[in-house]
Design a protein around this ligand. Sequence first.
Ligand SMILES: Cc1cc2nc3c(=O)[nH]c(=O)nc-3n(C[C@H](O)[C@H](O)[C@H](O)COP(=O)(O)OP(=O)(O)OC[C@H]3O[C@@H](n4cnc5c(N)ncnc54)[C@H](O)[C@@H]3O)c2cc1C
Length: 294
Amino acid sequence: MRLPLLFKTQQFVLSIEIFPPKTADGDAALRKNLQTLVAYNPSFVSCTYGAGGSTRDRTLQWCREIQLDFLCTAMTHFTCVGSTREELLSWLDQAVAEGIQNVMALRGDPPAGQEAFKTIEGGLSNANELVELIRDKHPDLGIGVAGYPEKHQEAPNMDIDLNHLKRKVDAGADAVFTQLFFVNDNFFAFRDRCEELGIRIPIVPGIMPITDFARIKRITSMCGTVFPVALATRLEAVKDDPQAQFEIGVEHAIQQCEELRSAGVPGIHFYALNKSDACQRILDVMQLQQKAST
Ligand SMILES: Cc1cc2nc3c(=O)[nH]c(=O)nc-3n(C[C@H](O)[C@H](O)[C@H](O)COP(=O)(O)OP(=O)(O)OC[C@H]3O[C@@H](n4cnc5c(N)ncnc54)[C@H](O)[C@@H]3O)c2cc1C
């Protein structure tokens, strides 16, 4: 089902993000974890597109598996990095031929070793151009775009970043999925600013349950996510106890999700990091198992 119809017909759009594993063991573990997660009837499962298109075939392979074996709607992520317009269009045609109906349209991060994003000859510079390209060639595809409640790290300020988000929306995006955050007030302020700018498409918060403090610290330092001091202090105190970190992380994610749901968000996008245990606990507590028919 395409994004616009999902948001029209489902009360709460629950989505799970995975990435293509690098090894056969990783594939097997992901299959097991997806089995657990699809029992909650997520509205869709999205699969990331590795830096520089490095996983593009694996991304499509996983999207195919999500749809054919797990009988769940898939969304492929798609970035501009390292591809010309022609290459992007050809990959898009392939995705559509495979039955993909939804795309997360992204600029992508600079490839490893490169500090700033560089547009290649014949390529695209920003995600709004990718949204335009997709809308032009495949007008019916569902398109998601990234939003940054705490600002994209390259943007000089929030106003400029929000104006760039508006460009993606005006180019034809159907929904905004946010970068992970741990402070709900930052999301609420972002949502208010989007409203003021006339952004009228669903804005879905992205939640990453903390299960491993060291790993989360690495991730948040890369994307500039604000880490609340009180939460960091609690996690630091149990840095040698993985189970205690898991419990604190899940407790925080549950509080975040409950508050977001009470504040009327249209759904939640979980950065599951290919695991199921934390999401499972959160979804159980929130009683978020969706009816297959809704
Ligand atoms: C939900 C989600 C999923 C993601 N999935 C992936 C993935 O699968 N693979 C991957 O490699 N990365 C992924 N990312 C990371 C993303 O690629 C990076 O955050 C990247 O740095 C920016 O991508 P974007 O689509 O937001 O870019 P853009 O919207 O193009 O923004 C990038 C920067 O340029 C500015 N900008 C935007 N438009 C313009 C314009 N027209 N002119 C001038 N400046 C402009 C923005 O303010 C921002 O600072 C994901 C991020 C999110 C939130």
